[in-house]
Design a protein around this ligand. Structure first.
Ligand code: 5AD
Ligand code: SF4
Length: 446
């Protein structure tokens, strides 16, 4: 590769989960620290980072077509951008990307992006650089202080996964479970609040597996961390995602459930994926919990916090899934009455055990099951919204609405609420929920 001028501007395109959004923000902060600024709206950036996701569908294909588009646009403009591929596709297929896409200068995995500045120097010298090491804690130590503004911020507390569900690439792309140290998290949360955050969402692939030592050196779990963060002045709301059912049946899990009844700032919302309602399928997925065990767990959360909104993830068409097994998934949706859900067609991931299992399900069957599942989920979501009508709650204003005099924000149950009136972004305003739609509610300033 030819040596190139060091980039002045960057753009990060993040795909996939909230963890990627967080990583994208942190890469931006790191670049800004090195004098590289975000490209202005509509302007070509000198450096484009494709922050990829590998969890479903043709992730790698999307990356190659994005690279193709960038190269074509660069030719037209007479100036090719420096292209970096980050995220889980970079981790899983770094070498192939380098071989197949000569336009790519940098491949950097999700645990190595703190070394981007060094890789950019090498790219400026005409070298191509790959870094897919997994020193996760070193990454966090090497990143600059948070500077993000905005009322709602993410904070990664835990990364990686040791669960090895048979369909999933995450244990391979994000590595083993690690917890960031308590003191670092409290300091980062403090910084976010100083920068204007009023809500913090604690992130982790298995966020409730987080463990650490508090300021007195005592072992503590996520509930203890939340209780400490709740003492930060100016922080009004705490959320966390994604939880795993198997990490709830521990002392730390019990404390987290209790925290839902005791910590006002902890929002009444729980994202707890179950994936399937069939015990046979759950076993084949290596989930190590049953549908019944999951339902009992939900009951315990409801006992601690009766109004808690529940959310989950589902996969339809796992290899061998029969019609009756799929119907068990519909039943669990009815039993839990979720407020919101994510549902996906099973997608074979190269290198995972399920990809080579017998009984792969035809695309049409998956399509049809997904439609039925989403209709059922939508029914309960709308019902949950309707049941909220008449309640008065605080809404955290996130932006002003499409029309002047309208504001849009989130209820404690993570519903989108819009209302007429003037409020500033970041205000917590009391709103009476007046009308329910399937995906949002209309409110009236109380
Ligand atoms: N196919 C479909 N969905 C998947 N998920 C993870 N791996 C796959 C796959 N191979 C879903 C799970 C998980 C969510 C983040 O993505 O439901 O909880
Ligand atoms: Fe993937 Fe299962 Fe780990 Fe979740 S718990 S990240 S689905 S392996």
């Amino acid at each position: 590769m030819k040596p190139v001028a060091p980039p002045q501007t960057y753009r990060v395109k993040s795909f996939g989960c909230q963890m990627n959004v967080y990583d994208g923000e942190r890469m931006g902060e790191l670049l800004a620290e090195h004098g590289i600024q975000p490209a202005a709206e509509g302007e070509e950036a000198d450096l484009v980072i494709l922050n990829t996701c590998h969890i479903r569908e043709k992730a790698a294909e999307k990356v190659y077509s994005d690279i193709g588009r960038l190269v074509a646009a660069g030719k037209e403009a007479g100036k090719a951008p420096l292209i970096a591929v980050a995220g889980c596709v970079a981790q899983a297929e770094g070498e192939e990307i380098m071989a197949r896409a000569p336009a790519v200068s940098i491949v950097v995995g999700p645990q190595a992006y703190h070394r981007l500045p060094d890789m950019l120097d090498r790219a400026a010298n005409g070298e191509r650089a790959t870094d897919t090491d997994m020193p996760a804690i070193a990454k966090f130590d090497a990143l600059p202080a948070r500077r993000r503004r905005g009322p709602s911020a993410f904070l990664t507390v835990q990364e990686g996964c040791d669960k090895f569900c048979t369909y999933c690439v995450v244990p391979y792309t994000r590595g083993a479970e690690i917890s960031r140290p308590f003191a670092h998290l409290v300091a980062e949360a403090q910084k976010l609040v100083e920068a204007g955050a009023r809500e913090i969402t604690l992130l982790g692939q298995n966020v409730n597996a987080w463990e650490g030592e508090d300021e007195k050196g005592r072992r503590t779990g996520l509930g203890g961390l939340i209780r400490t963060l709740a003492r930060i002045d100016g922080l009004e709301r705490i959320r966390y995602t994604t939880s795993h059912p198997n990490d709830m049946d521990t002392d730390a899990g019990r404390d987290l459930i209790a925290a839902h009844g005791e910590v006002d700032k902890l929002m009444p919302y729980l994202h707890l994926p179950v994936q399937s309602g069939s015990d046979r399928v759950l076993k084949a997925m290596n989930r190590q919990h049953t549908a019944e065990g999951y339902l009992r767990l939900i009951e315990r959360f409801r006992a601690a916090r009766p109004d808690i909104a529940l959310s989950g993830d589902f996969i339809v068409g796992f290899p061998g899934e029969t019609e009756a097994e799929f119907e068990a998934t519909l039943s669990i949706v009815d039993e839990v009455r979720y407020a919101a859900c994510f549902s996906f067609k099973y997608s074979p991931r190269p290198g995972t055990p399920a990809a080579t299992m017998d009984g792969q399900i035809a695309a049409e069957v998956m399509d049809e099951r997904l439609q039925r599942l989403q209709a059922r989920i939508g029914h309960h979501q709308h019902a949950f919204n309707r049941a909220s009508v008449g309640r008065t709650c605080d809404v955290l204003v996130e932006r002003t609405g499409r029309h002047p005099g309208q504001c849009l924000g989130k209820s404690p149950w993570l519903q989108s609420v819009w209302f007429e009136g003037t409020a500033a972004i970041g205000d917590l305003v009391p709103v009476t929920l007046a009308e329910a739609g399937p995906n949002s509610l209309k409110g009236v300033l109380a």
